[in-house]
Design a binder for this molecule. Structure first.
Ligand code: GDP
Length: 300
């Protein structure tokens, strides 16, 4: 797995640098606090968390009186860490409590990076000496099954697929059955994410979930969100959370945006931690989300 801090620093550290520069001004007047707010809002931190953070910073800076750069950096680091949250369990749960394979379902809107994430995750698991079966239950997007199978061949995981435009639930069913028959360690199920209508999505994902759970409990449901889509991503997140119990978030394309604040916003929205982040299109570009490394990358 790639080192989060090193890979994030280029795109993210505008946020923290900007905050530090403003906090270092001799006179922190109202305009400065507004500029600080603007930086946070532009980074997609969200309104309520921004206000909370600014309030705490105001309070602490007042208590501090004269400020050394080191003190300011330390203070900002602490407050950003609180905002990102250090108490979440961010482990991706791929172990089953039963005698069945661990079952991970990957959901999200098409184009967010679901299939890529599923492939990258398979690679991590295989590197960890786990046997993995991939279920290509995104039967809607024509190329999705081919794309997943290519990933499977690359990383050494078998792909179970069905006919084009076939029933996603039956592919998921076959994948789990196959995983059980083979005694696989983990089954990763890639799903379709067309948000054409909410009921359509609910029916489809709900059915996949029910069918899988007839055989084995779902151990992890990962929602894939594209970090570059900002508030739109939050709307999507809400819709998916109504359909399935999301247990973790994968934030993709963090390499292409300075809007890292979406981590805070989406965790607030769903009450579920960001567990993994996507930092590029390559096989190695998936990293566990580590709050310390993330905040350090922000501050630079
Ligand atoms: P899906 O429709 O949700 O399955 O999306 P795909 O997995 O096909 O990904 C859509 C596009 O986003 C592809 O071109 C991927 O290579 C790209 N992609 C996925 N994850 C990342 C990421 O973390 N960073 C970048 N830069 N591109 C990504």
């Amino acid at each position: 797995l790639v080192r989060l801090r090193a890979r994030l620093s280029r795109s993210q550290n505008a946020l923290g640098k900007g905050l530090l520069t403003l906090l270092s001004r001799e006179h922190l007047d109202e305009d400065t606090w507004e500029e600080i707010e603007d930086i946070l809002l532009t980074a997609d931190v969200g309104v309520a968390p921004t206000q909370e953070l600014v309030e705490r910073l105001r309070e602490r800076v007042k208590v501090l009186g004269t400020r050394t750069p080191e003190e300011l950096r330390g203070l900002l680091r602490e407050e950003l860490l609180k905002l990102v949250g250090t108490d979440f369990d961010r482990t991706v749960n791929t172990e089953s409590a039963l005698d069945t394979p661990g079952i991970v379902m990957v959901v999200g809107v098409n184009g967010t990076g679901k299939t890529t994430t599923t492939g990258k995750l398979a690679r991590v698991l295989v590197a960890d000496r786990k046997s993995v079966v991939l279920g290509a239950a995104d039967t809607f997007r024509a190329a999705a099954a081919d794309q997943l199978q290519t990933w499977g061949e690359r990383v050494g995981a078998r792909t179970v697929r069905g006919p084009e435009a076939g029933d996603p639930a039956s592919v998921a069913y076959d994948a789990v059955k196959e995983g059980i028959a083979e005694g696989a360690d983990v089954v990763l199920i890639d799903t379709a994410g067309r948000l054409h209508t909410k009921t359509g999505l609910m029916d489809e994902l709900g059915k996949v979930k029910r069918v899988v759970e007839k055989h084995a409990p779902l151990d992890e449901v990962l929602l894939v969100l594209d970090a570059t889509t900002g508030q739109n991503g939050l709307v999507q997140a809400r819709v998916f959370a109504e359909v399935v119990d999301i247990t973790g978030i994968v934030l993709t394309k963090l390499d292409g945006t300075a809007k890292g604040g979406i981590v805070v916003a989406v965790q607030r929205e769903l009450g579920v931690p960001v567990k993994l982040v996507g930092l590029g299109e390559g096989a190695d570009d998936l990293a566990p989300f580590e709050p310390e490394a993330f905040v350090d990358a922000l501050i630079g």
